[in-house]
Ligand binder design. Sequence first.
Ligand code: AMP
Length: 226
Amino acid sequence: MTQTLTLALSKGRIFDETLPLLKAAGIEVLEDPETSRKLILPTNQPHVRVVLVRATDVPTYVQYGGADLGVTGLDTLIEHNSDWGGSAGSAGLYQPLDLQIAKCRMSVAVRADFDYVAKVKQGARLKVATKYVAIAREFFASKGVHVDLVKLYGSMELAPLTGLADAIVDLVSTGNTLKANHLVEVERIMDISSRLVVNPAALKMKQADIRRIIDAFSAALPAAKS
Ligand code: AMP
């Protein structure tokens, strides 16, 4: 009997950029998440389905077996592993591939009139607003900079403009959002891209199906093509 295979994706950039990889694996999603209200989308392969979840919930679905595999940003993965109480990989997620999609960078940004270098040199305590507290904590600790972290869930750009924080740690792609809000990028913490994550138990139980997907994705990556 063929077992159902469930793939967790979030709407938007990750969904859109995963579609060509799925196609390379012979999988086509039969409904458009932008127009359908369904949370479980069928594919052309009767035993493969896609579940639409919030980006930050993808690792949770895969870790606890609500999905067999998923696609999630490295930023989300690091924060998830930290919430779960350990270092990367401790949440028990198998991470076989960097899919090189939804690429951006995690950076520190401040108001254009804030002298970040001087403040850091003086050993001043910085107030930093971010959604990515684990990444920010680790980054500033490694630099020996003392920070007070303020957790936000959105519109981080507003924090330095309102006096809530001196700096933000956020994802930057084109830099247009920072520019529009008179903020400047002062440090690049890490490059971010999306990863394939797999539930280890599912990998054992559904080995052939999951391996086929990993191999097809892997062969379709830009590095494999060049
Ligand atoms: P940009 O104006 O192109 O630099 O994009 C910055 C905004 O888009 C910020 O609000 C980021 O949080 C968000 N963003 C950029 N790239 C990504 C990504 N790969 N995944 C999720 N959010 C992103």
